[in-house]
Design a binder for this molecule. Structure first.
Ligand code: NI
Length: 394
């Protein structure tokens, strides 16, 4: 079966590279993937899939019914959105829209999803159950997965697979990970409310800027003393707003940040922990405060048995030298985790590193580029994993 899948994928390679370049040249921002969705839907329909557009606003759902008796549904998710970045690669198929770029490889993901659908559509007799393809919008703003779930994309899904490109793994290799792959990412807003006054007479005012500085310092120090060092928490304040004039003591400072964590229990305690630290600092100096903690996406926790199937399929396809078991998670975020609240899943990292470069540009960089041979690596890995999935006892 592996030979058949590799043959089918290899035959499709020129078409898939054409597809990827087309999508790359026509990037669309999160929630605006209209042309991409129409294009995806056209390719899926011509491969004989049952297609539904407008699932999760600009998302597309494609289904392939196998001929066997298995009642299960395996989902495969790929994302489609681009970023507000001005591309500087100089490629022949460079973005035709200034200020928009597929700098996170979602053009490759979409192509890999389409390629997998095209391959599996030619071997439905070998599929015991149903495979559902989720082409998701708006991953970059961490909302598309929720939109798709709201529109029923995870209904009756028993397991889900996902993929993300990774420039520091060479093309031809993949990375799998057991357990936590990415972090939970929450938004934080802290407002410190003091009393305005003359810059020359600080004792008659309550200086919200100085107190906000104490809040930041105390939070960063407290992480190292009060959080379990084996359960990482990263808190970054990325924006400060406050103050009106150099000689006026500020009465109002807003701090905006992101909070990343890996363990659900750690995460559950963070709002209270942050609140108590902000309270202790503000109370000491007579300031009032507000803490608004908004939960974002949870951590991606890869399922053990699905990851085993993925690893075994990839090792058979590419040899164990080309399959890394990743020793560390990332504190980046990925809304694939939203699907995992409905079914177990596993997401792998697809190596796209160019072999002739020592250093590849990172994701979200205006010079980010991929080795296109990775598309076939992705398609074969997903299609063969989808073939082997049914062997897990349901
Ligand atoms: Ni991405």
């Amino acid at each position: 079966m592996l030979t058949l899948i590799k043959d089918l994928a290899t035959k499709l390679a020129p078409r898939l590279i054409e597809i990827r370049r087309h999508i790359h040249a026509h990037p669309e921002l999160s929630g605006q993937e209209y042309q991409t969705a129409a294009f995806v839907s056209g390719v899926l329909s011509s491969s004989g899939l049952h297609v539904q557009e407008g699932v999760g606003k600009t998302g597309v759902l494609g289904e392939l019914q196998g001929t066997g008796e298995d009642k299960r549904t395996l989902a495969i998710r790929t994302d489609m959105d681009a970023l507000p970045i001005h591309e500087r690669t100089g490629l022949d198929f460079i973005s035709r829209t200034p200020g928009r770029m597929h700098a996170c490889g979602h053009d490759v993901h979409t192509t890999v999803g389409l390629g997998t659908a095209m391959v599996l559509s030619q071997m439905v007799d070998e599929l015991p159950g149903k495979v559902r393809f989720l082409f998701q919008p708006a991953e970059e703003i961490a909302q598309g997965a929720s939109w798709m779930v709201t529109d029923g994309a995870m209904k009756n899904v028993d397991a889900i697979l996902g993929v993300h490109v990774f420039p520091s793994i060479p093309a031809g290799s993949i990375g799998v990970r057991y357990g936590a792959l990415t972090a939970a990412a929450d938004d934080l807003e802290i407002v410190v409310i003091g009393e305005s006054g003359h810059g020359a007479r600080p004792h008659e005012a309550i200086d919200a800027i100085w107190i906000a500085a104490q809040v930041i310092t105390t939070l960063q120090q407290a992480i190292s003393r009060t959080q379990n060092p084996l359960r990482p928490v990263v808190l970054s304040i990325g924006q400060i707003n406050g103050g009106r004039a150099p000689n006026v003591i500020a009465d109002h400072v807003q701090l905006l940040g992101t909070v990343r964590s890996l363990h659900p229990e750690t995460r559950a305690n963070l709002p209270h922990w942050i609140d108590s630290i902000v309270a202790s600092v503000c109370n000491s100096y007579g300031a009032k405060y507000q803490v608004n903690y908004r939960r974002g996406v949870p951590s991606v926790q890869n399922d053990y048995s699905l990851t085993q199937v993925l690893q075994a399929a990839a090792e058979e396809a590419w040899g164990s030298d080309h399959v890394q078991v990743l020793p560390e998670p990332s504190l980046g975020a990925e809304d694939f985790s939203v699907y995992l609240e409905y079914a177990p899943g596993s997401m792998f990292r697809l190596g796209v590193g160019l072999k002739d470069r020592i250093l590849n540009y990172p994701l979200h960089h205006p010079l980010f580029d991929v080795d296109e041979s990775a598309i076939i690596t992705g398609v074969v890995t997903l299609a063969y994993t989808a073939y082997k999935y049914w062997q897990i006892s349901g």
